[in-house]
Design a protein around this ligand. Structure first.
Ligand code: 3IO
Length: 343
């Protein structure tokens, strides 16, 4: 007993000694970066933010520390780009669908073209971004991009057919709102962060988004009926203030550059796993019903939505882009990555 106590005291003394030595040997944070995000901490945009923050701290040996602000505590969904540009946050993450018309190139991901995961459209988005360096991001350093998994309908009542969708008020944004409008529903466009309130107050009878939110926002409690539609995806951007980027050491810049595609892939794969987990949890917890439309209804829906391709092309051409080539490039990249990831 006495010996054990002695060892304990020795260990404690050593611990104290180490503690006094460590601060001198450990690299001190030279840069502290603030990173703003709009939805709650447990949701996927914030999960990927924490992962990125950890990787950056690790890979810079603590020279860069990232302070994360989930839940709109620093900037809200729609203030993200302006706030980062103005320096209210060094980094910000948001969903491009909340800014209709602002991103004529990357909004091609908001056209429903049959993606079946998050991994593939995320890589497609990143490739398109890197290759074309869209004008819309000229004020920023883009750190990464990714997309959600395809959108499905989560509703408070069963939507078993296309006819059931008529007149339903459904929360969405951007391309997803256009999908709803074309199919005869009534889109209520709001950021995801305002959706819990809209559902709670009965302002909407559901939402059109990726299914991991059933668990992360507990939407499965109110939306017990999920219709598999695999419509568009929501593209996201993570941007840094340009002056902040310019102020970083080249070695730090290189670490962040190297993380761009890796973070995109990590987030896509996290999302894909999390959708599966969310559905299993929702079934277990609330006995949700997963509905598939009759083949004819699904075919009709896709037929009705096909003009969205031309709408995107017209808007992109208007913005001075080679819309035909860009759309074809997206479809080529989709095929390439679907083959690579076995979809
Ligand atoms: C989303 C946004 C914030 C938190 C979780 C989320 N899952 C899917 C989205 C996509 C989106 O931006 C939206 O508004 O549906």
């Amino acid at each position: 007993m006495k010996k054990v106590l002695g060892m304990f005291l020795a260990a404690a003394a050593l611990g104290t000694a180490l503690l006094t030595i460590l601060p001198a040997t450990q690299a001190r944070a030279e840069v502290v970066l603030s990173y703003a995000n709009f939805p709650p901490a447990i949701t996927f945009p914030c999960v990927q933010m924490e992962r990125w923050a950890e990787e950056v701290e690790k890979r810079t040996n603590g020279a860069v520390v990232v302070e994360t602000y989930p839940g709109g505590t620093l900037l809200g969904a729609k203030d993200m780009f302006d706030g980062v540009k103005d320096g209210q946050a060094d980094i910000g993450c948001t969903s491009m669908a909340y800014f209709p018309g602002a991103f004529p190139l990357t909004s091609v991901l908001e056209v429903p073209v049959g993606f079946s995961s998050s991994t593939v459209p995320s890589l497609v988005l990143w490739d398109l971004y890197e290759k074309h360096n869209p004008e819309a991001f000229a004020d920023f350093k883009v750190l990464t991009m990714f997309t959600t998994a395809p959108s499905n309908l989560m509703a408070t009542q069963p939507v078993r057919t296309l006819a059931d969708l008529q007149g339903l008020e459904i929360r969405a944004s951007g391309g997803a709102s256009r999908v709803l409008e074309m199919l005869g529903a009534v889109p209520v466009s709001k950021p995801m962060s305002e959706t819990p309130d809209a559902l709670q107050k009965g302002l909407v009878q559901g939402l059109l988004s990726s299914l991991e939110v059933l668990k992360d926002f507990n939407f499965a409690e109110t939306c017990r009926y999920e219709t598999v539609t695999n419509f568009q995806v929501y593209p996201f951007a993570v941007v840094m203030n340009r002056d902040v980027w310019d102020s970083l050491d080249p070695e730090v810049q290189q670490v962040l550059e190297e993380l761009g595609r890796e973070q995109c892939l990590w987030t896509g794969q996290y999302m894909d796993e999390h959708v599966v987990e969310s559905l299993a949890w929702s079934k277990e917890t609330y006995d949700i019903e997963v509905i598939e439309w009759p083949e004819a209804d699904m075919a009709q829906a896709l037929e009705t939505l096909s003009p969205m391709i031309d709408e995107w092309k017209a808007a992109a051409s208007e913005a001075g882009l080679d819309a035909e080539a860009l759309f074809a490039e997206m479809m080529d990249l989709k095929a390439k990555y679907e083959a690579e990831y076995g979809e």
